[in-house]
Design a protein around this ligand. Sequence first.
Ligand code: FE2
Length: 280
Amino acid sequence: MGVPSYREHFIESRKNYPYSGNIGLEDFYQFRYSIYRPSHPHKGDPPLGFEFPNTFHEILNNLSDTLSSEFDKLQETLKEENFFISIKDFYHIEELENLAKALIPPVEQKLFGCYCVLEGCYLYRNIHANIKAHSSWIPHSDNNPKEIIKIMVYSSDVLSEQDAPIFFLTKNGNAVKNKTTRVDLNNWKSPKNDSRFYDDDLRSYYNQGYSFTPILGSRGTVIVFDNNIIHKASNPSHGRKRESIVFMIRPWKKKMETYISQKTTGSFGDKTIFINPNTV
Ligand SMILES: [Fe+2]
């Protein structure tokens, strides 16, 4: 048998999943984003529907401290034009695995209806940079396969636009989803303009009342989103920083006993998006 399409692989993975009450397949494909804000519930946020275990905040607090001291060490060696610091060697951090075990199963159950593999893990501290908007500060979609979802956790407080929130292009809680050009193993194309969007591209959305909305929240805010929605990162004000943890997950046929491993989890600079859905 040849390699299944991503959709076929997803359907197969759903058949292997023992829990009931899954959402429909098409509901998954319609999903855009959900936000869990521990202390700043906002009216108009799409309902989350995910419930994270009580241990989540304790795990995150311990992990944030570990990561912050690691970022501090790395920041000492930085050059001026750097706008973020990343930790790439995270495989030994036990609390990170615990965080994955707290966050991923509820998303498997409520959103995917199947087990997932943690395809990519990104640990960032965004710092102020005195440079023109570039890279992910420009509105974009990640142009990933439809079956990839990101779970982003703020591990520092992001309470104002000075703290470098992520922004989504929305109107009344509805986000705009861009069509991916990476559909399947045999249908994998480069996107136009590197999936970047400029004001002229977005004019019709602005005219309809869409605007870039900052996603604010204290430490422990969880943003589950389809990374093909149009979004942008931002530059913190001078002296401010933002820390976050991003898990990128996709369907898998069996339960992962360990989510984070050198074999299955990539990070910056690695090839982290899947080509053959049957391999990790
Ligand atoms: Fe992005």
